[in-house]
Design a protein around this ligand. Sequence first.
Ligand SMILES: [Zn+2]
Length: 94
Amino acid sequence: MSTIRQQIIELLQQEELNAIDISQMVSVREKEVYEHLAHISLSLKAKNQKLLIDPYCCLSCGYVFRDRHRFTRPGRCPKCKGGHIRMATYRVVE
Ligand SMILES: [Zn+2]
C-alpha cells in the first residue's frame, strides 16, 4: 500500500498526471487511485509538500469544479448538465 503511494508521489513530482495515467502507470484501478490521492494529499502536508490539483472542468461550458473536495470524477456539470468533463490533473510540489 505505502509502496504504491510512494510510487504515485514520485511520478507526480516528475510530471502532471490524471487518474487514468496514474492507474496505468502503477497498475491499480482508477477507483483506487482516488483513494490513494486522498491519503497522499493528507500525508504530504506533514512533509511540507503539497498535492496541486488542476480541477475537473466541463468541456461544454467551461465550468470549473473548484469546490470539489472528493477526488472521484463528477458525473455531470451542475451548470449545463453536460457529461463531457475534462479530467483533473495532479502534481506534487515542495
Ligand atoms: Zn457545463
